[in-house]
Design a protein around this ligand. Structure first.
Ligand SMILES: [Zn+2]
Length: 472
């Protein structure tokens, strides 16, 4: 079966990219014509052009429906509202809604089962986990309706970066751990058929980056999606080597703060616009940059508050981001503190979309772990590795090229086997070049900047010197 699929991939590639693109595009349309994903996506493509007022009405209607559902179904929210002497009918304005308690990662980790909607079929809940923005892993439940909405908004946002169904799509991304070889092969075949190329970013050595450059030049992606730090590292490498010829229409960067110097270099090396995306695994893609450069909130799917001392900030002012995913019914999540800071934008965008804008002020920053022998490991590795274990908080600090300290605040049920596994995976992905000392802590005191920087390296990245003649 796999061999036959491989032959089809080769045949399609042989027949040329336009035909492959057409086949994938038609296949995508047929597969999604009557699906929840297809319906959600079509609706979102239309509603982005509605007026700001029409979008506010839609958002508020969805919010009221969710609050009613949470009150009726979730013991946690029923109790929270009863404590406040409120029923869903008392929530008639944003100020009323803001009386509900904010939930954070600790609340979710402690109250997860009481937050779940009681009549929601348990076998339809999908457990998911995130490394978070501040080194506090969280695990929670999604449901199929939320996943359809989550994926639909992704497709709309991909479109802003120039993607259409059937286009070639490359991802410089964190690979899953422990995927069986036959599953890996199946995924590769499926990716080949659907014009997707995944480049795992856990080893960004010069050898790997040279290989990736070659593969991307042959693949000719229309859009690239990437973690910020590996993409910036890769762009610096290409620049230093004077490698050109990878020319996507757009690059989507996410999962970490994107700084101007990183954006500028990536844009220069690839000759296209970088689109910043804001979101996380726990809630989905909350905001995404449009071609005109505004970070638009995906307002039909998320109700977002920016707060300081519990009150909404004025446009342009920074505040902590509190989000309510409007399509998550299996485990309603009202007023979730993401632990990032952002500010609401003023005015409308020249692109014509009625969706409000925002700016991310503080979010996850990941240092690159530079290893002996030209290897490097994106800091994103650690939250990815630790998210599935009972860890309350963690911090990784590299003091020498061959040594790092892993500080762990263990949660209930953390075992010696868990620790052995974490160390074994770190050894595997660093090729045994990093000696890790583990320190168990009661808490990890964080400085204000350390809050978002919990993979810290004091070893500067060894970049290949930038050649003067490689500059454009
Ligand atoms: Zn716009």
């Amino acid at each position: 079966m796999v061999e036959r699929s491989r032959a089809v991939v080769l045949l399609l590639q042989g027949a040329g990219r336009p035909l492959h693109r057409l086949v994938v595009r038609q296949g995508f349309r047929l597969a999604n014509r009557n699906s929840a994903l297809g319906r959600n996506w079509a609706a979102l493509e239309a509603s982005q052009w509605w007026s700001a007022e029409a979008l506010r009405v839609e958002q508020w209607t969805k919010l009221q429906r969710l609050v009613l559902h949470a009150f009726n179904q979730s013991p946690f929210y029923r109790l929270a509202m009863e404590d406040l002497g409120m029923t869903p009918h008392d929530i008639r304005s944003p100020e009323d809604f803001a009386r509900l308690p904010i939930v954070d990662k600790q609340t979710i980790n402690g109250q997860r089962e009481t937050m779940v909607a009681q009549q929601f079929p348990r076998d339809r809940l999908i457990k998911t986990a995130s490394g978070g923005s501040t080194g506090v892993p969280v695990s929670l439940y999604h449901d199929p309706g939320f996943v359809a909405a989550y994926r639909a908004v992704k497709l709309r946002n991909f479109g802003w970066a120039g993607w259409r169904p059937g286009d070639a799509w490359a991802r410089l991304w964190g690979a899953q751990f422990d995927v069986a070889p036959h599953q890996q092969l199946k995924q590769q075949v499926w990716d080949g058929l659907t014009r997707v190329m995944v480049l795992p970013c856990w080893d960004m050595s010069e050898t790997t980056m040279t290989e990736y450059a070659g593969r991307l030049r042959r693949f000719r992606p229309d859009v690239i999606e990437a973690y910020v730090t590996p993409m910036y590292h890769f762009a610096r490498f290409l620049d230093a080597r004077g490698i050109r010829g990878i020319e996507p229409r757009g690059i989507i960067c996410s999962a970490e703060m994107l700084f101007d110097h990183q954006r500028d270099l990536i844009q220069r090396v690839f000759g296209c616009k970088v689109f910043n995306r804001y979101g996380g695994r726990e809630a989905g893609d909350i905001a995404h940059e449009c071609p005109a450069g505004t970070m638009h909130l995906n307002a039909e799917n998320y109700y977002v508050e920016f707060l300081r001392d519990g009150r909404p900030v004025a446009p342009g002012e920074p505040g902590e981001i509190v989000v309510t995913p409007l399509d998550l019914f299996g485990m309603p999540l009202l007023r979730y503190r993401v632990e990032d800071a952002g500010s609401p934008a003023t005015g409308s965008c020249v692109c014509g979309r009625g969706l409000p804008g925002m700016a991310v002020v503080e979010g996850r920053i990941q240092d690159l772990i530079t290893l002996p022998g030209g290897r490097s490991l994106p800091g994103e590795f650690f939250p990815h590795l630790l998210k599935d274990f009972p860890v309350r908080q963690f911090q990784v600090e590299q003091d020498r090229p061959d040594h790092a300290v892993l500080r762990l605040v263990r949660g209930e049920g953390f075992t010696d086997d868990n620790l052995a596994y974490l160390l074994e995976k770190t050894r595997e992905y660093t090729a045994g070049t990093l000696d890790v000392t583990v320190e168990f802590c009661e808490s990890i005191p964080l400085t204000p900047t350390g809050k978002f920087r919990y993979t810290i390296s004091h070893v500067p990245p060894v970049f290949i010197p930038v050649r003067a003649d490689s500059r454009v």
